[in-house]
Design a protein around this ligand. Structure first.
Ligand code: CMX
Length: 137
């Protein structure tokens, strides 16, 4: 597979508005977009650091993935997303090398990206996402 960079780091937060304050007022970053992703049961806020984004994730449903994560572990780093060139091929390759896939087929994520997750049990405890921007390929 071909990974070009870390596309984003996802951080689970309890309160998007409050957390944005830290990133803007302390770190001096600018929130450039807020987006709800109903399929993932989250509201997201994005910041750009170089070519890598920070994605803050606030749950919109306690039964969603981020709601369950916060209930169990509290706020913190939720996932790491790699930008890949061929998401379908990258998933097949990972699976053929014994990685457990959460998504066998890619789906739509925030910012119009095509995304798929690998299970943290197969990736040293870090929930891992592959992202492909099919709009610019
Ligand atoms: N990072 C690391 N480990 C995690 C995790 C995370 N984000 N979320 C859950 N786990 C661990 C749990 O702690 C648990 O470990 P133990 O068995 O040692 O206790 C194990 O994974 C299974 O957890 P679970 O609670 O039984 O399973 P869940 O129903 O919570 O599902 C997961 C976990 C990762 C499969 C699910 O959250 C998922 O499908 N995630 C992908 C989608 C997603 O996270 N969407 C939100 C972001 C969307 C976006 O970026 O736009």
């Amino acid at each position: 597979m071909e990974i070009s960079h870390i596309e984003h780091i996802g951080i689970a937060v309890k309160d998007l508005k409050e957390s944005i304050k830290y990133y803007e007022e302390v770190l001096g970053l600018k929130c450039y977009g807020i987006e709800e992703v109903p399929e993932q049961k989250v509201r997201t806020a994005f910041f750009l650091v170089g070519q890598t984004k920070i994605e803050l994730l606030e749950s919109t449903d306690p039964e969603g993935p981020v709601g369950k994560f916060i209930e169990k572990k509290g706020e913190g780093m939720h996932h790491m997303a790699f930008a890949v060139k061929n998401i379908e091929g990258s998933l097949s390759e990972a699976e053929s090398k014994g990685v457990q896939l959460i998504d066998k087929t890619p789906r739509k994520g925030a910012e119009g990206m095509t995304i798929a997750f690998l299970h943290p049990k197969s990736t040293n405890g870090v929930l891992t996402e592959f992202c492909e921007n099919k709009n610019t390929n």
